[in-house]
Design a binder for this molecule. Structure first.
Ligand code: 3HC
Length: 333
């Protein structure tokens, strides 16, 4: 089925009840039970607020760090058209980060503090951005697989119980859908090009397939946050369910591309109504999350440098805001 964002993604079961748990304000519980949206003005349990800040901040950091692997190819994109598209895409990721930091701020945290936590390693960002982009085909693989995985993970977040996050995700998902298609189109062009271009596309898919499956997080039995986040209607599906959806969506697309997914165990299982696939190496995921991926140090050093280089912009914006406030004060007086 072609889903709302134009991908082969079956919409989540929106009628599933959201159980509320624990010692929570009555109004909050009623909102969850009634499928209402929780808004910043509502009386929120502290743990719910903390979970949202953790997830939204990690998500925002992922968008911003995610600009780096692709930004690496802007100056080397093979044509002016490819360059313009890639620049627009990388710019979109910056915009996603901004919507998400703004959504986090509605929970009473400060964006500067969140960035500080990222820079000091106290908050995470997605494992996937710690892999290098070695060839132009990697830009295609990121669009097709990484943005494809992001869509599967994020479409259900449009129904997240917290209003500002859910609303931000609607636009993010629309843009991700465009990103996924541009990646597919890059790979389609390469896989129908010369033998060397096809080999480059296959190599990129070989390197990005397993890390893309890791984006969905640890297996359900090993996911400390899932049960509570699902009970609160923050996450609507478990990590393993979303991973399976992604495999089911992607296998036919790989066939259309004429590329092979690097997993000999992938085969349709009639009984389950899903594709079976091989075991993901979660030791690799945990190592990357701990900071031991191929590019963790490089990504963080670049991010901190960019933040320091941008200090003058923040200072200028603050000085301008102070001047405006002083003027407004003088007008009132
Ligand atoms: N990379 C880094 N850390 C990860 C991870 C990954 N792929 N998967 C899990 N983790 C971390 C979790 O954050 C958690 O650590 P914490 O408790 O310190 O926060 C720990 O591993 C255990 O995992 P859980 O499954 O218990 O954690 P969650 O319930 O938070 O689920 C998640 C993880 C599925 C990533 C969820 O947080 C989520 O859906 N987040 C929103 C989407 C998001 O952040 N996406 C980033 C992907 S890329 C992107 O958006 C950019 C786009 O342009 C491609």
């Amino acid at each position: 089925m072609v889903g709302v964002y134009g991908n082969d993604f079956t919409a989540p079961d929106e009628t599933a009840p959201r159980p509320a748990t624990g010692d929570e304000p009555e109004t909050f519980r009623a909102l969850l039970e009634g499928e209402g949206r929780v808004e910043p003005r509502d009386d929120l349990p502290d743990a719910y607020r903390r979970t949202l800040v953790r997830q939204i901040a990690q998500h925002a950091h992922s968008e911003i760090i995610g600009m780096q692997p692709e930004g690496n190819w802007i100056s080397r994109a093979p044509s002016l058209r490819r360059k313009a598209i890639l620049m627009a895409k990388v710019q979109d990721e910056a915009g996603h980060g901004l919507y998400l930091y703004a959504a986090a701020e509605t929970l009473g945290v400060d964006r500067a503090d969140l960035l500080d936590q990222l820079h000091s390693g106290r908050q995470k960002y997605s494992s996937i951005f710690n892999y290098p982009t070695l060839t132009w085909a990697d830009v295609g693989a990121i669009g097709w697989l990484v943005d494809g995985a992001a869509i599967v993970n994020q479409v259900p977040l449009c129904r997240c119980s917290y209003g500002p996050y859910a609303r931000a995700m609607i636009r993010v998902c629309k843009e991700e859908s465009f990103h996924q298609r541009q990646g597919f189109e890059i790979l389609h062009t390469l896989s129908h090009g010369t033998p060397a271009q096809k080999a480059m596309a296959q190599d990129a898919v070989d390197r990005y397939w397993w890390p893309s499956l890791m984006m969905f997080g640890p297996p359900d039995d090993d996911s400390p946050n899932s049960a509570q986040s699902m009970a609160w209607g923050i996450k609507r599906f478990s990590n393993d369910d979303l991973r399976q959806r992604f495999v089911d969506m992607t296998v036919p697309q790989a066939e259309a591309l004429g590329l092979t997914l690097p997993d000999p165990e992938i085969r349709w299982n009639d009984e389950r109504g899903h594709y079976d696939f091989g075991e993901v190496d979660f030791t690799e995921l945990f190592e990357v999350i701990k900071g031991n991926g191929p590019c963790n140090a490089e990504r963080m050093a670049h991010r901190v440098r960019a933040h320091e280089d941008g200090a003058w912009v923040r200072e200028a914006a603050n000085a301008y805001a102070d001047k405006q406030a002083a003027r407004a004060g003088a007008d009132v007086a």
